[in-house]
Write a protein that binds this ligand. Sequence first.
Ligand code: HEC
Ligand code: HEC
Ligand code: HEC
Ligand code: HEC
Length: 205
Amino acid sequence: MRITAVPLLSHPRAALLCVCVLACGREEPAARVDVVPAPARFSVEVRAHPNVGRLDSARADVRGGVAGTRCNTCHQAWVPGPMATHTDQLDQFHKDMEFQHGPLGCNACHDDGNREQLRLAGGERIPMADAMRLCAQCHGPQHRDYSRGSHGGMSGYWDLSRGPRVRNHCLNCHDPHVPAWRQVLPAPPPRDRFLTPPAEGAHHD
Ligand code: HEC
Ligand code: HEC
Ligand code: HEC
Ligand code: HEC
């Protein structure tokens, strides 16, 4: 099979491109192609979730980011004692926090001794940035789907010899305190200016 493009000048001022497909009868023997994947030179990166371990304020910091206070600025000095298990028990701080995550208490995830860390079910303390390990303990099926690429999305390259692949963190999409995916309002349809006649007297500026 051969595809040939033949440009024809049919008129002095108009060039016509005529594409002729010429099939020649001889069949090429099917060649066996062994696809050897190029060695991976890049890795799969999980997008970092910003500002973990910090309580954000509404103010900007000197670098134009969001100013925040580290958890332990307060929690090391002021708030000893056992951790509250639900927002109802908070009467001094974080009171406006919304919390709807099944029957969990704060201590299902936060570490009592160090509020800048999380605690796995077995007691191991992990940095907040590794929260995915915690989510995976209770949401095995979703984490399995995520590991295989069918939950959570990705961008970048399939072929890791050409560039890195970037995965989202669970926390990029789910608030750990109100994790349910919120309803999305459908956007209004685009206005079709050819179907909707302009109002009487309307004109373009
Ligand atoms: C400005 C001070 C301050 C900062 C910053 C702060 N907290 Fe708190 N936090 C408190 C106080 C005070 C309480 C106790 C509230 C109460 O009992 O009414 C509390 C309560 C909590 C509780 C509930 C359980 C308990 O009784 O201890 C959790 C969990 C918690 N904080 C986590 C965090 C985390 C995580 C951060 C950082 C991302 C953080 N806090 C940052 C002051 C702070
Ligand atoms: C399912 C696990 C989980 C539970 C349960 C949980 N948290 Fe958190 N919390 C996290 C993770 C993960 C982060 C860090 C990510 C972030 O800041 O968005 C966090 C962050 C925070 C912060 C930092 C600021 C913010 O709002 O993001 C505060 C304060 C906090 N938690 C308080 C609480 C309190 C109080 C409770 C109990 C009422 C609680 N958390 C229950 C996982 C949990
Ligand atoms: C200690 C166990 C535990 C941990 C840790 C945990 N979850 Fe959950 N999660 C639950 C339970 C229980 C429910 C409620 C299930 C229900 O109501 O049917 C739930 C519900 C959810 C839902 C569905 C909410 C809805 O109403 O549809 C999402 C999404 C979710 N969790 C995400 C997360 C993420 C992300 C993390 C990590 C930050 C996490 N979970 C950590 C136990 C956990
Ligand atoms: C790119 C965004 C995104 C990321 C990243 C993500 N999820 Fe989800 N997740 C969703 C959406 C959207 C839904 C809601 C699906 C629906 O309502 O049909 C969902 C639903 C869920 C549910 C509710 C049950 C279900 O399957 O509908 C759980 C639990 C959950 N995700 C856990 C996780 C965990 C754990 C991680 C990290 C390993 C994660 N998700 C990462 C977008 C995401």
